[in-house]
Design a protein around this ligand. Structure first.
Ligand code: COA
Length: 152
């Protein structure tokens, strides 16, 4: 059984480890502890109730007026394709809508996954310039090969 809840400080090491595993494969950007602490309120975690292990994470980052990014999605490989990633995204969308977010976007290498949740592919140019602020720190900048997707 999996419980979905907001992240707490006690989760930071596990969130870091989960993201670092995928970052080492080049499918996600690493998130240092400092960034995780600063953005902890953005995170939802999936916790296996029996073991208290964090098996999935995701975050919602407010970017602009009524616009937010679904980011940092990672599900433990041993728990993949069980609907955990989808459940995290749905919780993030619910949270965003409660704040009045009208449009969600994501930059991803997994369009199939986000497609099942109603996201559709768009051009990067259609997103506000503001969203590229953090991209300057990305090792891939300016040759971003992620796919931009939105959900209105
Ligand atoms: C992408 C990721 C978060 C998906 O998590 P998940 O819990 O396995 O996803 P779900 O079980 O909710 O998948 C829902 C649907 O999305 C699609 N999907 C998920 N992973 C997929 C994959 N690797 N290839 C193709 N379709 C996929 C499928 O249609 C799936 O439904 P199905 O299993 O009934 O066919 C997870 O694979 C992951 O952590 N990947 C590595 C890190 C990463 O790429 N993060 C995203 C960066 S934006």
């Amino acid at each position: 059984m999996i419980r979905y809840r907001k992240a707490t400080f006690a989760d930071v090491d596990e969130i870091h480890e989960l993201i670092a595993g995928y970052a080492s494969q080049g499918v996600m950007l690493p998130k240092p502890h400092s960034t995780l602490y600063e953005t902890l309120r953005e995170f939802v975690v999936a916790e296996e109730i029996a073991t208290k292990k964090i098996v999935g994470v995701g975050a919602l980052h407010f970017t602009w007026n009524e616009l937010a990014e679904v980011r940092s999605m990672a599900v433990d490989e041993n728990f993949s394709r069980r609907g955990i990633g989808s459940a995290i995204v749905k919780k993030l969308l619910e949270e965003g809508r409660a704040f009045g977010i009208k449009k969600f976007f994501t930059l991803t290498y997994r369009p199939d996954f986000f497609g099942t949740l109603g996201f559709t592919t768009t051009t990067k140019e259609s997103l506000p310039h503001k969203i590229w602020k953090e991209c300057i720190e990305c090792p891939k900048f300016p040759n971003c090969d992620e796919i931009a997707m939105t959900l209105e």
